[in-house]
Design a protein around this ligand. Sequence first.
Ligand SMILES: [Zn+2]
Length: 501
Amino acid sequence: MVDIGLSKPHPMVRIGDMLETLALHGKLHSLWGPGQQDPSAVLPKFWRRYRQEHPSHQLFDRHRTHLHRLIPLQLHMDEGESLKNAGLMVASWQSPIGAGVATQEGEPDMPLNYLGNSFKTRYLISVLLKRVYLKTVKGSLDKLVSVVASDLTQLFEHGIELDLAGRRERFYIAWIGLKGDWPIQQKVGHLQRHFARATKDEEHGVGVCHLCLAGQAGVPMHDLSRRAAWKDTILTTSPFRNPGPLSGVPQTSSQEVMFRFDPFHTLHKGCFAELAGSALVMITDYGLVEGGSFAAQLGSLYDLLWAYCKRTKTPLHMEALTRNQINFKRDSDYPTGSWFKGADTAAVCGFLEEFLTTHVSTLVQKDPYLESARDCCINANMFLKTLYRHGVWLPLEACSQAAQAGLNFLRCYQECAQYAFNAGKTRYKLQPKYHTMLHFVHALTVAATSERKWTWNILADGVQMDEDFVGKVAAISRAVNVRSVHAQTVSRYLTNMWSEE
Ligand SMILES: [Zn+2]
């Protein structure tokens, strides 16, 4: 129980306590990957690779001699839905290393943390009702995160003695970032430059990105050219309104790096959803499927999509394709994939690649708009497939491949946007998330160009499984007494976490 300014002490599972519990049950090794009892084989290698990207992290001064006992830790925060649609903030932690991802090839030496029950791969810290931190006690969320921050600092500086294979060993913890969607990063990081600052009046823009000055005067956010102005502004100007609660935790010298862009919201619920929605509507613009009305054409497209998914054994969650699913109420709207499951975006993009490739191959006369759309889908799919084949670290070849596919996607998408604009159609919108994708591709390109042997797989910052975890914790909160929702949710979580399979 901790004091975060509420009328009663607030329940919290301290990270140190959870580490002791894991050690007691012989599960500590899950933090450096399954099948590796001894962390010495993994952790020094992890930090050697990490150092190539983040040499300024304080861990390299403080812990140089015991990297083999230094565990990397990521925080995640997001809101779930409690009783009566009340928002519930759920804070948890995890290791980036886990049991892998279903699509990986072979056995990566450090698998991603996607597979397995999310209750066994993520660990709850606390929950806090949105109405409490927004209205009743403003600042209580920051106070809660401050307690987490002081725990992280303590575990970094002094470590904790834990049981490992019958011996007491001192372990240390190094925080390597906050995972979460853009609104969470903005809230917890006290960021003043973020997505919601996008404005048509770029002359007076505050900036849309905490990593660079994109969106300010003279710094176009969607510039994909090699000499784009935003690239020269990366990590040059602090994005913080004032220091956030995590600012005191030992970290990298440019603190904005710790607020991690999430590929799931950037791609599946961002750029690739825009691509999928626009390409589907584009097919109806060309009248390439059967059916008279727009709804009937969407119906035909859904039948083709369903058949594609069945044939290729691709999971598909949506049960229909409607105007709502693509957020397209009228022809002057920009369509975007708004289906409930983000994973469906990958299924639709796979289908679109096949459909457009087949159609374009039958054309007697070239159609550059259709060709760009086809290439956009091919490269979006190639980008994801490359990342999903690997573990926490991409080998050089995969990094180069992802960088090239990403760059091709960005270029083709802008071509589509231009063709649509020329035709007077609202398709292929350029959103702030396109800028995030520019950062992903830029980071991969820099790594590939410098021939770095291993590069951070952005999927390690992806929140799919974290959202699953948040959903489960929120479900618990809906089943407990509303008057003591914080205490009972945490207590039931502790009971459930060991019993779930
Ligand atoms: Zn930026």
